[in-house]
Design a protein around this ligand. Structure first.
Ligand SMILES: C[S@@+](CC[C@H](N)C(=O)[O-])C[C@H]1O[C@@H](n2cnc3c(N)ncnc32)[C@H](O)[C@@H]1O
Length: 601
């Protein structure tokens, strides 16, 4: 991590004091105002050390109470290493610190300040109590504050760099082992062939052998992380897919090596991950961290699958907004809530489980078990996100209830495949049963972030030109048929399929909330799609977040995902009780072109 370089003559410091003088002149003393120049200063400092200040950061104290800090500073991988709490001029800072201590604020590296005073705690001890109206003292305290990332963080940074080099080597070694076992171990050949057939039936009939071998390797290299980061030693026995893969791995590795010996090269990295995970103060930070590990793992291990843009997480403010919007629509249009019995909810492209976890947070404690057992559903096609989503969702349930209950609403399956008529065996008996239960459910809400063709996970080589007979046929007889455009292949983009799939999946009534590529809003090829959407739904709300690099961006970080495709949040509502007179029913809002992604959030 770079060092903080700050002098009294620097603009950031001069601006900070100048703003405070202005406030003073107008006798402005309340916290909301006087904390903002300090926030600006911290933002500049954080940038210098490749970190980010997140204002108004909510987390859980050890007691389980929700606390909101004025700011937390996250390193480039999203790990927290410094906390900030502001008070106003009239607050007695020492007393305020005492109160915060009692309510469980972290004190590993926490700066309490008001315009006069700075109190810095590190490792639970007070190390500074200074007058920060003096710029040299202010700078000293800031330097300590930013120079104190814990050792675990430094190890983690070193490990990330090293991991990127080591993992492909270990991946190759595992691939060689598999090749050798194919030649010499008839038992492995039998088990592998059985597993390969299961995968083809469950995921994609065209799936290559290499892709299935890669799944084994991913499992082998990552399962320890899943067990340790969430302290879930039974993960490989509890998870129905991991259990199946373990059987193949046992035969693969059993006779030749001990697993520990095989993975020895990754030990320092595993340890770095495990220790860095301890920096996460609460479970949601851990979830975030696991996403990062996943991203790093993919980038190091199978770049072509991750395709760097491929594994795109939905930023938390977007997930929050979409969940709240669905709750609002349920209430205003249907008089129902997320907690109500009968409101089945599905995220068909669950990734690491963000949406389901967030939904669970808004479900009442009294109905959570019922919803969790029967009315929350999701699918994921790739193995590692599937593992992470399962863990994240089960952990959220554990957090809320104190009980471990396997989440049976998740399936390792291809959502579009489920549209096909024929019944196929989907991996294991249990996975197939889950899919059948899901198919039988009367979905009321579909929510999520579908893949787009522009390099998302669906783009992996085995999936690229995947044809889905039934899904493609529905697109052809609806959106394609009613299009006057000459070039219509864009209508087979997975995000378009996802919208078509969802609009049929909710049946006569319900809500679809997707964040997608926004090209359907004005693209030539999408005229038929727009016509159908207007007919199929009774109300449509579009929040166009822009960010299409081809249309020329006015600010560099305008895209909320950091991709080149423009995006929009789309809420489609079918409510047959709505009266025609209640139209207009299409609502469109576009965010300012000058806004960067943080302003959009
Ligand atoms: C944009 S990501 C979703 C991200 C997720 N909301 C999150 O924040 O983690 C899309 C996910 O859908 C998965 N996916 C793509 N095509 C799929 C399909 N046909 N069926 C099920 N999952 C699919 C991808 O593997 C990827 O994890």
């Amino acid at each position: 991590m770079p060092h903080l370089n700050l002098k009294p003559s620097h603009k950031a410091i001069r601006d900070y004091y100048a703003t405070l003088r202005q406030y003073d002149k107008h006798s402005v003393t309340h916290e909301g105002a006087v904390s903002s120049p300090f926030e600006t200063l911290l933002t500049v400092c954080a940038k210098q050390v490749d970190a980010t200040l997140i204002p108004q950061f909510a987390m859980r104290a050890p007691s389980g109470n929700r606390i909101v800090l004025d700011g937390v500073i996250l390193d480039e991988y999203g790990l927290p290493f410094a906390y900030w709490e502001a008070k106003d001029m009239d607050d007695n800072l020492a007393r305020a610190v005492q109160e915060k201590r009692e309510s469980g604020y972290p004190l590993d590296n926490t700066l309490f300040q008001n315009p006069q005073h700075g109190i810095l705690y590190q490792n639970g001890e007070q190390v500074f109590d200074v007058d920060i109206t003096d710029p040299t003292r202010l700078i000293a305290v800031l330097q300590h504050f930013f120079a104190a990332p814990p050792a675990a963080l430094a190890n983690w940074h070193a490990a990330v760099a090293e991991f990127k080099e080591k993992v492909p080597t270990l991946g190759r070694k595992a691939a060689e082992l598999i090749a050798e076992q194919h030649k010499t171990n008839p038992q492995f050949v039998t088990v592998f062939t059985g597993f390969y057939e299961q995968c083809r039936a469950a995921i994609n009939p065209n799936l290559s052998k290499a892709a299935v071998e890669e799944m084994l390797i991913q499992h082998l290299l990552t399962e320890r992380i899943f067990r340790t980061v969430f302290n879930n030693p039974d993960f490989t026995r509890r998870n129905i897919i991991a259990r199946e893969i373990e059987k193949v791995i046992e035969v693969l590795i059993g006779q030749t090596y001990s697993r520990d010996a095989f993975l020895k090269g990754l030990n320092p990295f595993y340890l770095a991950i495990e220790q860095a995970a301890l920096l996460c103060k609460d479970f949601s930070q851990k979830q975030q961290f696991l996403n990062t590990v996943y991203e790093q793992f993919f980038q190091g291990f199978s770049v072509e699958v991750a395709d760097t843009h491929g594994i795109v997480y939905t930023p938390q403010p977007i997930v929050d907004f979409m969940v709240k919007s669905v709750a609002h629509i349920l209430e205003t249009e249907f008089g129902r809530s997320l907690s109500d019995t009968g409101v089945h909810i599905i995220d068909p492209f669950v990734g690491t489980g963000n949406f389901i976890v967030r939904l669970m947070q808004d479900i009442r404690a009294t109905t959570l078990e019922e919803k969790y057992r029967h009315e929350l559903h999701c699918n994921e096609i790739l193995l590692l996100p599937y593992y992470i989503a399962s863990l994240n969702i089960e952990q959220e349930y554990f957090q809320r209830t104190g009980t471990y209950l396997p989440f049976e609403g998740i399936a390792l399956a291809d959502t579009f495949e489920l549209f096909e008529d024929q019944q196929i065996a989907l991996f294991t008996q249990e996975n197939t049963e889950r899919v059948e239960r899901q198919k039988a459910a009367d979905m009321f809400v579909v929510i999520g972030n579908p893949p787009y063709n522009m390099g998302q996970a669906n783009e992996n080589d085995n999936n690229k030109n995947r044809r889905y007979e039934a899904m493609d046929k529905r697109i052809a007889e609806t959106y394609v048929q009613d299009s006057k455009a000459t070039l219509k292949n864009k209508l087979y983009d997975p995000y378009v399929k996802a919208i078509r799939w969802a609009s049929e999946r909710i049946g006569e009534e319900g809500v679809v909330a997707f964040i997608t590529n926004n090209s359907f809003l004005d693209g030539l090829a999408f005229d038929g799609m727009r016509k159908h959407l207007a007919e199929d739904f009774d109300a449509i709300y579009i929040l166009d977040l822009g960010g299409n690099a081809r249309k020329g961006l006015k600010v560099s970080d305008a895209n909320i995902f950091g991709i080149r495709v423009g995006v929009s949040i789309n809420l489609f509502v079918k409510n047959r009780r709505r009266k025609l007179s209640e139209k207009p029913n299409i609502f469109y809002y576009r965010t300012d072109e000058l806004w960067n992604k943080n302003q959009k959030f």
